[in-house]
Design a protein around this ligand. Structure first.
Ligand code: ADP
Length: 490
């Protein structure tokens, strides 16, 4: 397996287009940075819009044959890819920890989670069935055929470098779509390692393409992916700001769109909650990936009767369970923030809250002795509406805790943001559980549970958190066109 790692490393500084490992036509490259110490890991090709156009050509050529493959053949290809991902899990985790900074344990968990989508869609591929309808007229048969939409483009973020690709690619490939993947400039190496395994699994040239781009080229590459008429569906995971840009750009070619955007999850602890469970869930939901996930608990609301107990136990658990540092080292649970811009956002939000009178119970400062991008796990209370952090998606290891008195009021506060991705609440009152689940304006809810994602479930949001669902049997719908066939006079 160390041979495999060597062969992965020797190819992973090239992009993957039409079954070939290639440089950018311009010859340009850009560095991939390890956020633990901001050192350069290696350089990868900086593909531009001309490279992108060629990759789209390759994907749309290969679509002409890939769309005709049997569901069983696509299932087998996905299964082979999954088996290779399992076999090389540890190398994938090592690559991820290097470029993303999350701890090895977190990387391993993401690899398991990411792999599970390829396994799931290998299974689902064989169950994409059409329908025969009741005709309203005699001597007619009405059919609904299911066909792949066409070439798909994926733009993916850095926080889950593996799973955000497999969640899209598994569904698209199961449906018979080919794809062009543009991973985040911060984490292209995991994407290239996945392409390497896809090649070994036997996907035909052009079915899976990976374009690495620097931050400078991302805008132009994004425009080409949106404007090129050969791309028929775009799937994006990232910020709401960029999602809105892509939504507009895709209007010109009327593309199918799947958008998984920002969240701002409420985390509500009612007075009947099991406080120990709520504390365990809070730690997992808030601090996973150092708070850099779109379903992270972002606004804690704790009932006044259990407030002191919750805050106290939460702080104790943070103290005992979180050890920040170089994620490749044993015993380290949490890594740094991904880059300086992210670090500044978090630092400024906390400083503003402090200056305006918020109470910082722990953290509230950088951990520069550990590394330039480390920020201490932080708990803040007494946050008021005039503070910038109020109601903001933080994307860092900072927990803001509010006190509340009654259910109606807390639901109204939970729903007052323009986004709705995940929401969590802890209660042992069965009527309340149903009421609150019905009334929270989000796409996913954890009840007495802080970690809820899996390939079996539908992932997605409401309001400005996006469009469409990933995972589950519904994930494939994003890549399927329904064709109605009316057979008359039979
Ligand atoms: P995050 O806040 O997670 O960094 P972004 O939305 O900025 O989220 O980035 C997610 C992905 O979108 C990355 O692959 C990034 O390169 C890409 N991206 C950023 N801006 C644009 C753009 N204008 N057009 C296309 N892709 C973009």
């Amino acid at each position: 397996s160390s041979n495999m790692f060597r062969s992965m490393s020797c190819k992973k500084n090239l992009a993957y287009v039409d079954g070939k490992w290639v440089s950018a036509k311009s010859g340009k490259t850009f560095p991939v940075i390890n956020p633990v110490d901001c050192s350069t890991i290696e350089c990868v090709p900086d593909m531009d819009e001309a490279d992108t156009s060629l990759a789209i050509d390759a994907a749309s050529r290969s679509f002409q044959t890939f769309k005709k493959t049997l569901a069983k053949e696509r299932s087998d290809l996905l299964r082979s890819w999954f088996n290779l991902m399992v076999k090389h899990s540890e190398e994938l985790a090592q690559i991820m920890t290097k470029e993303n900074g999350k701890s090895l344990d977190e990387s391993r968990a993401e690899i398991r989670y990411g792999n599970s989508f390829i396994e799931w869609f290998a299974e689902e591929a064989r169950r994409i069935n059409g329908e025969i309808l009741q005709a309203p007229v005699k001597n007619r048969e009405l059919f609904l055929m299911k066909q792949p939409v066409g070439t798909a483009a994926f733009i993916t973020p850095w926080n889950f470098p593996h799973a955000m690709i497999t969640r899209k690619a598994g569904a698209a490939l199961a449906a018979g779509c080919t794809c062009v993947i543009k991973p985040s400039e911060d984490t292209p190496l995991t994407a290239l390692a996945l392409a390497h395994l896809a090649e070994e699994a036997g996907f035909p040239p052009g079915v899976i393409n990976v374009l690495t781009t620097s931050v400078d080229n991302s805008v132009a590459v994004g425009q080409e992916l949106c404007n090129n008429p050969k791309v028929r569906v775009l799937s994006f995971t990232g910020s709401t700001t960029v999602g809105k840009i892509l939504y507009k750009q895709c209007a010109s070619t009327m593309k199918r769109l799947s958008l998984e955007l920002g969240g701002n999850a409420p985390y509500i602890v009612f007075e009947t909650a099991d406080i120990n469970l709520a504390v365990t869930g809070a730690l997992a939901s808030k601090f996973r990936n150092t708070g850099q996930t779109c379903i992270s608990a972002n606004r804690f609301f704790v009932h006044s009767k259990v407030y002191d107990e919750f805050v106290c136990k939460f702080m104790t658990k943070i103290e005992s369970d979180i050890k920040m540092g170089d994620g490749s080292k044993k015993g380290i649970t949490h890594g740094p923030l991904i880059k300086e811009s992210q670090f500044k956002i978090v630092n400024n939000l906390v400083n503003d809250a402090k200056a305006k009178g918020a109470t910082v119970h722990c953290g509230g400062k950088s951990l520069s002795e550990v590394g330039p991008l480390f920020y201490a796990p932080t708990v803040i209370t007494d946050v008021t509406r005039d503070m910038e952090i109020y109601g903001k998606e933080i994307f860092g290891p900072v927990a803001v805790i509010h006190k509340f008195e009654d259910e109606e009021d807390v639901i109204q506060r939970a729903n007052e943001v323009p986004v709705g991705l995940a929401g969590y609440f802890f209660s042992r009152d069965i009527s309340q559980i149903f009421r609150v689940a019905r009334n929270l304006e989000v796409g996913m809810i954890g009840v007495n549970e802080g970690l809820i994602s899996c390939s079996e479930a539908a992932f997605g949001g409401v309001k400005e958190s996006g469009i469409g669902r990933e995972g589950s049997s519904h994930g494939i719908d994003e890549y399927i066109d329904i064709k109605y066939v009316c057979l008359g006079n039979v």
